[in-house]
Ligand binder design. Structure first.
Ligand code: MG
Length: 414
């Protein structure tokens, strides 16, 4: 028989530690790179194949915030999301309400998770589920305490070092056999105990052995402003990039082509990377033929002239200029239109220098200038079989394609 696993996401807290900036919005509804924290937390469980039901426990005052957060979750797993229930006066009371709401649903095991831990990975969920599958009744994901701990002596008022051997920092989701955890909560409720800060503490109190599972330092809880800043940094650039991209339906493509001749020198600059060579490329700027072709491709995609129109070679301001400025300017022209660069593809034509060893560095460099994920930048190279000017090693040519996504704008249709 397959065991039915439900998840309770506890989202009823008021986050008083967070309200020093005057904004009373609870931390689990704060914006985390375009989406409320709790929508990311819910998605982590809704997307896990071993989870059948996900139930949020919310504060009655937060109904509108919660409904808004639900609109941001991935549609694929949404059918697993149950109607939210209201929490109690304490975290413990909120969990109990969640457990009671699952009473008639044939749930075998339950995971209880803090809404303010949006970075719970499938690996951590699997670690907890594995222990439950082995027959453990209560499972705590945790990480070893790595910081040196100090205690201020009550009498001596002196700092003393605490031995951290055997100390673990508790995380969630904590996993339980459902009847066991429900019984523990009911016993605690009947005993008038409302002060348990997590659910494995109730298990310990009821005499149930708690097993450790491997947690993850990235599965941290957002409790302060600096935690939220850390969380924002933690969201990968790809996530950041993809957010909102689907709404930009006007997909445009542009091409660019550029050539620079060799002259005496000791290095060329291609894609923003300096490559040792027995020649250099001749030009008014740094002669980065790769960035010039890409710049023209982007300008082509938005119908905004070409590199020479915006940065005339006759203008002494651009003498020796680093070409990343030209490229960054083209990207800015895209974002000024409310658009985003979606992909770049460039082909470098030369006999020498060899491009292969520098391909990844070039991708990184171009991605950095354009603020694109590296996966959206392609760099290719070919020789021209010793034919033509590139074949005679007189210079380097580059061809580029750029895909740009813009919002549909009626004013553009004149
Ligand atoms: Mg050029």
């Amino acid at each position: 028989m397959k065991l039915r696993v439900a998840v309770i996401v506890v989202a009823a807290g008021r986050g008083t530690r967070f309200s020093s900036d005057g904004d009373r919005q609870p931390k689990q509804y704060r914006d985390l790179v375009g989406r409320p924290v709790v929508s990311r937390t819910l998605d982590a469980f809704l997307s896990h194949p071993g989870i059948a039901d996900v139930l949020a426990v919310i504060h009655p005052d937060d109904t509108a915030l919660y409904d808004q957060a639900v609109t941001a979750i991935d549609p694929v797993g949404r059918n697993k999301l149950r109607q939210a229930v209201f929490g109690g006066n304490t975290r413990q009371g909120s969990v109990r309400n969640g457990l009671l709401a699952l009473k008639n649903d044939n749930i075998h095991q339950v995971l209880i998770h803090d809404a303010a831990r949006p970075f719970v990975s499938h690996a951590v969920i699997d670690n907890v589920l594995e222990k439950l599958a082995e027959g453990r009744l209560a499972v705590l994901p945790a990480v070893p305490v790595v910081d040196t701990l100090k205690r201020l002596g009550e009498v001596t008022h002196r700092l003393e070092t605490v031995d951290r051997t055997g100390l673990w920092a508790a995380q969630t989701p904590q996993g339980f056999d459902y009847p066991t955890v429900l019984e523990g909560h009911e016993k605690a409720y009947q005993a008038g105990r409302t002060d348990f800060t997590d659910d494995t503490a109730i298990a310990e109190w009821q005499g149930v052995a708690v097993s450790l599972a491997e947690g993850d330092p990235d599965n941290f809880k957002i409790t302060s402003r600096s935690d939220l800043d850390r969380a924002k940094k933690r969201i990968s650039m790809t996530d950041r990039y993809n957010s909102g991209l689907a709404e930009l339906g006007d997909v445009r493509m542009g091409t660019g082509y550029d050539v620079h001749a060799f002259e005496d020198g000791d290095a060329v600059i291609l894609g923003g990377i300096q490559i040792a060579h027995d020649k250099r490329l001749k030009g008014h700027s740094d002669a980065d033929v790769v960035l010039h072709a890409i710049t023209d491709a982007i300008l082509g995609a938005i119908g905004d002239g070409d590199i020479g129109a915006h940065f005339p070679p006759s203008d002494p301001a651009w003498k020796g200029a680093s070409s990343d400025r030209f490229l960054a300017d083209a990207v800015r022209r895209v974002t000024d239109r409310g658009g985003r660069l979606a992909h770049l593809d460039v082909t470098i034509v030369c006999e020498a220098p060899k491009i292969g060893p520098h391909r990844e560095a070039m991708r990184q460099s171009i991605a950095g200038i354009c603020e694109l994920p590296v996966s959206r930048v392609s760099v290719k190279a070919t020789t021209s079989e010793r034919l033509g000017f590139t074949g005679r090693r007189e210079g380097i040519a580059a061809l580029a394609g750029a895909t740009v996504r813009l919002p549909f704008n009626d004013e553009d249709c004149t």
